[in-house]
Ligand binder design. Structure first.
Ligand code: 4AD
Ligand code: MG
Length: 436
């Protein structure tokens, strides 16, 4: 018998032909003289029908030993079938088991999150988890293309770092042959060096924060894309962020129809993601919280950082992403530049996603004056010796520049409409959660 091995995604091109599919059994069902197998192979899934018309009774019976998640080769003819989800099915000629499984631990009944997290290495095979990972892949690829088209160079930052970028409370120390290194909290300081070589840059990699609180937004290891450009004002940076978000959403809406369906994601809120995005100042956000947020005992203090409840509240006030600008100097990192129109606040912004998702981007114009920067480093009590190299960037050809960081998992959680960030990365690292 002549047949070719094909991916499920390509069966339409093989209509009427006999093909060999290779993958895993997602589901199965037996009737009198008939068996239905749902086969998946990473590219898609298809129903395969084995009937006693073609297959000897004894062999058909033996298929009962091919349980969920068995690996198999299925040889059969591609047929049109309007009732099948993809419009095609396979008329089975033979099922060849590669490994028979009869005791797959994730049964079809509902499991608790605890159980699923412990079996994350298997849970990722599920239809919804696969859809999320495909969305993630699509967003990652889109971002790389976006920055390439905009003539940004990718210049990745180190993971072992010698200094804190985002405050000393969330550092992960590691022994570095007797010295202490820290896992990177942000590649920004390194981006600020590479812009002097390349003009416009971005880095994209894992980022580590020893977050001590358990929230549905925080991972201890997450992926962040950080862009930085010389001669880019804060205003231009906001425009770039807006364009990135709007076009990312357009991209996934055009590419990920089947993933949205699997996830049951209502895409109407995503369709509203059009420019321009509203901008409110931190001061206005505080006013909103104190006037409208009912579930609080005490007023929110100007100068405090927003916690998870405030972020959720703010995020529910708008129906598309919006910027919160001009945080007070004392709330943010040492490298941000004060706003010349109000030096008690910064040329910075967080971009918050709607629907309760909260912050997805943080960015600012950077302090480019060495004296002002030195003063901030002292105020923040940061170890000057570890930042001398960074100060060189203000000594040798300093120019105004801005940048931002966008959290991949936060964006995936929002786009996919997930309650919790843990499902947005294959193997989430969270407080007290390092297994598998
Ligand atoms: O606001 P953050 O801390 O900004 C920075 O790190 C800057 N150095 C970026 C820059 O200007 N180059 O983090 C940026 C983004 C957040 O908006 C959020 O999307 C994500 O990173 N993020 C997290 N995502 C998951 N888990 C966490 N613990 C996160 N912390 C930040
Ligand atoms: Mg932030």
């Amino acid at each position: 018998m002549k047949y070719s091995v094909v991916n499920i995604a390509r069966i339409a091109e093989n209509l009427g032909k006999t093909v060999c599919l290779r993958g895993w059994v997602r589901n199965r069902r037996f009737g009198k003289g008939i068996a239905f197998f749902i086969l998946r192979d990473g590219t898609g899934e298809v129903q395969c029908v084995a009937s006693s018309e073609e297959i000897p009774e004894g062999e058909l019976k033996s298929y009962e030993g091919i349980g969920l998640e068995s690996s198999v080769q299925i040889i059969g003819e591609v047929r049109n079938d309007e009732r099948s989800p993809g419009g095609y099915e396979i008329k089975v000629q033979e099922i060849i088991p590669i490994q028979k499984v009869t005791d797959y631990p994730i049964a079809k009944k509902e499991h608790g999150v605890e159980f699923l997290m412990e079996h994350r290495h298997l849970w990722i095979r599920s239809r919804t988890q696969t859809a999320i990972l495909k969305l993630r892949n699509e967003i990652q690829k889109y971002w790389i293309d976006f920055f390439y088209e905009k003539n940004f160079y990718r210049a990745d930052a180190p993971i072992f770092t010698s200094s804190a970028c985002e405050g000393t409370t969330t550092l992960f120390p590691v022994d570095y042959h007797g010295d202490t290194a820290y896992l990177s909290q942000s590649g920004q300081l390194y981006n600020e060096a590479t812009i002097f070589a390349l003009g416009k840059v971005y880095c994209f990699g894992p980022t580590f924060r020893a977050e001590k609180s358990k929230t549905r937004r925080h991972l201890l290891e997450f992926w962040m894309l950080e862009a930085e450009a010389s001669f880019m004002t804060h205003e231009e940076s906001l425009q770039l962020q807006e364009e990135l978000i709007v076009s990312t959403i357009e991209h996934v809406l055009s590419k990920c129809d089947s993933e949205f369906k699997i996830l049951g994601r209502d895409i109407e809120p995503l369709k509203r993601v059009k420019p321009p995005f509203v901008r409110i100042t931190y001061g206005e956000a505080v006013k909103l919280i104190n006037e409208k947020m009912v579930e609080r005992d005490a007023p929110f203090q100007y100068g405090d950082d927003f916690g998870a409840p405030e972020e959720t509240f703010l995020s529910l006030q708008f129906d598309k992403p919006f910027f919160v600008t001009n945080f007070p100097v004392e709330t943010k990192a040492f490298y941000m530049k004060p706003d010349p129109n109000d030096v008690s606040t910064l040329l910075c912004a967080d971009l918050l996603a709607p629907e309760g998702y909260g912050e997805i981007i943080g960015g600012s114009q950077r302090e480019d004056d060495i004296d002002a920067l030195l003063q901030r480093i002292k105020q923040w009590n940061l170890p000057l010796e570890h930042l001398q190299w960074y100060l060189d960037l203000r000594r040798y050809g300093s120019v105004y520049h801005s940048g931002f960081g966008i959290g991949l998992e936060r964006v995936v959680a929002w786009v996919a409409g997930l309650h919790h960030i843990r499902e947005t990365i294959p193997f989430p690292r969270m407080l007290h959660h390092l297994f598998p």
